[in-house]
Design a protein around this ligand. Structure first.
Ligand code: HEC
Length: 328
């Protein structure tokens, strides 16, 4: 107390009242009666916060952010979407499956990624490209370097030009990307009765329902129910929006033979290929969760430490008793 002048105490009371009171006139007189060089800035802050200009600015900011968000995402997160579509038009909602990598502390099942790659290579790669995955991405994830090098070398890539200006064919390298099944979109459409098989690199992220949707799609081929007409060349699949998809059922029990002896049932292959595609869409998944856990642990301990330190530093101020002895 002895270090503080008497006015500091009065001033701090004045400030405290000014925060609580709703009457600006009263507040101003209070403040101006104890005005010091240092007391002017809170007053400015007050008038800025209650001024009409700032009210208008904050309103504009709010309206602007809502407009920006709805323009980007369609609706606000807390307002449900209203739609006149029937489940047939939207596609049947997939079941939420218990993926082994679903939890906060779960990594991908890498044996499943390896089997899933085999399913992709032997079945899906006939029609679907995987543009964003290079051979090197598989190294240490599902295969060893030597395995990946051998797989890449089986495929011919065009390279060049050489010294004579000619393009030439060479075996694939680790740095090459997965070869597409068709040279261009037109060829892909021509090979699939006009429908374009989408690139599968990001398909898990690109579809509502993600992994659950693709799994349901692959295992969801049925005979159309009575009354549902499916055009020639299309296939009935209730999970696909509209119910008619040009991709026929591709997974049947025993289509591939797994090297690790896992029985290749339809659902097993679908689960493996979806795990593989999920990895392809999120190769950073395992590392992200690992770093996330570390960050949560480190930052929460730092937070606890900072609370302790703050209390420690403030103890002398918080626990002191202020006594005013008037001079005699
Ligand atoms: C014979 C060619 C062919 C094969 C093999 C094939 N697909 Fe397709 N796929 C297509 C075509 C064509 C479409 C486009 C369907 C449409 O738009 O009606 C498609 C669409 C898809 C879609 C997108 C569905 C959507 O919501 O738009 C996914 C996912 C998919 N295929 C996954 C796979 C997987 C996984 C495999 C391997 C197990 C596979 N496909 C094998 C031809 C194929």
């Amino acid at each position: 107390m002895s270090r503080l002048p008497g006015t500091a105490l009065r001033q701090s009371r004045g400030l405290w009242t000014s925060v609580n009171t709703a009457r600006p006139a009263f507040r101003n007189t209070l403040l101006s009666s104890t005005r010091h060089a240092s007391s002017s800035s809170p007053q400015h802050a007050q008038s800025f916060l209650t001024s009409r200009a700032s009210l208008a600015a904050f309103s504009c900011l709010t309206v602007g952010s809502i407009a920006w968000y709805t323009q980007l995402y369609g609706t606000l997160p807390f307002i449900g979407e209203v739609s006149a579509n029937s489940p047939a038009e939207d596609g049947l909602h997939p079941v939420a499956y218990p993926w082994s990598h679903k939890g906060w502390f779960d990594s991908f099942d890498h044996a499943s990624i390896r089997r899933g790659y085999q399913v992709y290579r032997e079945v899906c790669a006939a029609c679907h490209s995987l543009d964003r995955i290079a051979w090197r991405n598989l190294v240490g994830v599902s295969h060893t370097v030597d395995e990946v090098k051998a797989m890449a070398e089986e495929i011919e890539y065009e390279d060049g030009p050489d010294a004579e200006g000619q393009m030439f064919q060479r075996p694939g390298k680790l740095s090459d990307y997965m070869p597409p099944p068709y040279p261009n979109e037109e060829a892909a459409r021509a090979g699939n009765a006009g429908a374009l098989p989408p690139d599968l690199s990001l398909i898990i992220k690109a579809r509502h329902g993600g992994a659950d949707y693709v799994f349901s799609l692959l295992t969801g081929y049925f005979d159309p129910p009575a009354g549902v007409q499916i055009r020639e060349g299309m296939n009935y699949n209730p999970y696909f929006p509209g119910g008619a998809i040009s991709m026929a059922r591709v997974l049947f029990d025993g289509v591939v033979e797994y090297a690790d002896g896992t029985p290749a049932t339809t659902s097993q292959m679908a689960k493996d290929v979806v795990t593989f595609l999920n990895w392809a869409a999120e190769p950073e998944h395992d590392e992200r969760k690992q770093i996330g856990i570390k960050a949560v642990i480190i930052f929460s301990s730092l937070f606890a430490l900072s609370i302790y330190l703050k209390r420690h530093k403030w103890t002398t101020i918080k626990s002191r008793k202020i006594i005013y002895n008037p001079p005699n």
